[in-house]
Design a protein around this ligand. Structure first.
Ligand code: FES
Length: 611
């Protein structure tokens, strides 16, 4: 044995054991599961050499034997110049590292793909699964005993939870936190419900070019995620409700001391998860998924979260039953008075106690036995939480801001696989509506004709946009908020029923039916709708009906062109088009979902007391 190898053997230990075992034979036969840097060895056909080489290289980065003997906690750094939503990443990784070291662990940062919602072409959703694959494979490929997932912007948190669920290593979610609000001419503003409101006023001619530029100076007042209950804030709350985040972790704004303290607690908790072997499948149970759905409905959260939760649950063999979600929605009022369903912003939500206040209100409807990353149950965490205090942002269940859950599930001959409407952000007078369809065949057709003065459209018509679904666009862009045609906007029309197979931003409001499944591009009934057809929306009856005789629908369906082939495509786009599933399966790639769906959430009739 050479001198270098002897020295190495003598000093390097992990949890009191030699890290490089003195005999290669012993390493091969060691029944102890490998930990720290010993696990997941690079394959050179000689495990001893692999360990020796790995240690030599990590020492090249200046690590001591003491450092290398500690449990390793990976920290996924998704900082990117293309994502101001993640602009506080350096401070967060520093605080997480501090928490890990205080608990005796060794933090190791590594990058994955980052997706900035506003900077991703053609749409961030096209890349969510790529980020999920990156997350899963980098967790699996690199030696770590636990991992801290730092995300924030819309698709990053679902991608990380999907990847971590599949990787099976103890994982804990941290979010970057919401941005601050700003002010325009004395009026409080925040991204991005106000972005859309001001832009609609600009389209209607009420705001000129100079003023819309000034508005743009103040909508995004700091780094962080959108300041309303959009998809990012929703997924932060969902992650906490799932038990994948330290209690109180969803709401602190990005640039606050509270956010940094959450980051430190996250690092400390990650180390504790190692000894408890708290892998995601122990936390992401049917009960946890149901709790998250309940919270999603009560916060007036983004409809996008239904797709993301379906994808996360699907990784662990749990199917989401949309009809059961709708039944849950009928008995879960919206409690949170935040835009777009209400009036306030995430800063206000945090000052009102954040998700803990919501969970306390929902307590009789929650599964309190669900395990969290702390190793304690949701019920135990609620028992330990600070007492409630007077505030008016998160309402009691007896005085909600909307009587039902924020999201309703629609069915009918236009959406046999389901469609969603965010009823809490819709115009009440349009929730029961029959109108003439004005159809746009795809996004290009919409851009070409929407503002054409020759477009025949009235305020009672229903705007229909096809081929913006998972395959159609591709990537299911947030184009479901079809703008009001200028000729109507200038007459003061602010809302119309709009229907598409795409998504809409969680920050948007209006009577918008999205996620029509199956989508037009794969031959769903939406494909056969023509301008002049009548459509009836009844949210009370949860129905979306194309009022065209079934025989005529069948005739039109038979005339549809054969779905586009992927011949001529290459790379990720080919993989995406071949593998993406419809919205009711979370738009995950078919080969990434669990092989078998063994359970369903919600699991049982809702409304009864939970234990
Ligand atoms: Fe990143 Fe809204 S654009 S959270």
């Amino acid at each position: 044995m050479g001198a270098a190898k002897r020295r190495y053997n003598k000093t390097l230990t992990c949890r009191g054991e030699p890290l490089l075992l003195t005999q290669r034979k012993r390493m091969d036969q060691d029944p102890t599961p490998a930990a720290g840097f010993r696990q997941g060895l690079t394959n050179y056909g000689d495990p001893g050499f692999s360990t020796f080489l790995r240690t030599a290289f990590i020492k090249g980065a200046g690590y001591t034997d003491d450092s290398l003997a500690r449990p390793v906690v990976g920290i996924i750094n998704t900082g990117s110049g293309y994502s101001p939503c993640h602009g506080n990443m350096p401070g967060l990784t520093g605080a997480v590292s501090r928490g890990i070291m205080l608990a005796g662990g060794l933090p190791v940062e590594f990058p994955t793909i980052s997706i900035g919602e506003i900077f991703a072409h053609p749409t961030s959703m096209y890349l969510r699964n790529l980020m999920a694959m990156d997350t899963e494979e980098m967790i699996r490929a690199q030696p770590m005993d636990a991992v801290v997932l730092i995300g924030g912007c819309d698709k990053t948190v679902p991608a990380q939870l999907m990847g971590a669920a599949s990787a099976g290593v103890p994982a804990i979610q941290l979010v970057t936190g919401s941005m601050l609000t700003g002010a325009h001419r004395g009026q409080r503003v925040g991204a991005c419900t106000d972005c859309r409101r001001f832009w609609a006023e600009h389209r209607a001619g009420a705001i000129d070019d100079a003023e819309i530029d000034r508005v743009g100076d103040h909508l995004v007042a700091s780094v962080g995620t959108c300041s309303v209950m959009g998809t990012a804030s929703t997924m932060a709350c969902v992650a906490e409700a799932l038990g994948m985040m330290v209690p109180g972790g969803a709401s602190p704004p990005a640039v606050t001391a509270d956010r940094l303290r959450v980051a430190e607690r996250t690092g400390t908790a990650a180390v504790a998860m190692i000894a408890k072997k708290l892998t995601p499948e122990k936390i992401l149970t049917v009960h946890a998924i149901e709790n998250a759905l309940r919270v999603l409905l009560a916060i007036g959260g983004s409809a996008n979260a239904i797709i993301h939760l379906t994808a996360i649950a699907g990784r662990l063999g749990i199917a989401i039953d949309l009809d059961a979600v709708d039944a849950m929605s009928r008995e879960t009022p919206v409690l949170v008075d935040l835009k777009p369903s209400g009036q306030h912003y995430m800063e206000d939500f945090h000052r009102a106690g954040g998700l803990t206040t919501v969970l306390r209100e929902l307590r009789p409807l929650l599964h309190l036995d669900a395990l969290t990353v702390t190793g304690r149950t949701l019920g135990e965490e609620l028992d330990a939480a600070a007492p409630a205090f007077p505030q008016d942002i998160i309402r009691p269940r007896e005085r909600p801001i909307y009587a039902e859950g924020g999201i309703a599930v629609l069915r009918g001959n236009l959406a046999p696989g389901g469609a969603l409407i965010k009823q809490s952000a819709a115009s009440p007078e349009l929730l029961e509506h029959e109108g003439r369809a004005v159809v746009f065949e795809n996004a290009e057709d919409l851009a070409r004709r929407l503002d054409d003065p020759a477009l025949e459209v009235g305020r009672d018509d229903i705007l229909v946009l096809k081929r913006i679904g998972p395959v159609g666009a591709p990537g299911m862009p947030e184009a479901g908020l079809i703008p009001i045609p200028k000729q109507l906007a200038r007459q003061g029309v602010k809302d119309m029923v709009r229907i598409s197979d795409g998504r809409m931003s969680g920050t948007a409001l209006g009577t918008i039916v999205v996620h029509v499944t199956p989508e037009a591009a794969v031959g769903g009934p939406l494909a056969v709708v023509r301008t002049g057809d009548r459509i009836r929306l009844s949210v009370a009856r949860r129905s979306l009906a194309l009022l065209v005789p079934e025989a005529e629908i069948a005739r039109r369906t038979a005339e549809l062109p054969v779905a586009a082939a992927v011949a001529g495509e290459r790379g990720y786009r080919k993989l995406f088009l071949q593998s993406v599933t419809q919205a009711d399966r979370g738009c995950d790639f078919d080969f990434l979902r669990a092989v078998e769906m063994k359970q369903t959430a919600p699991a049982r009739p809702s409304g009864e007391a939970r234990g």
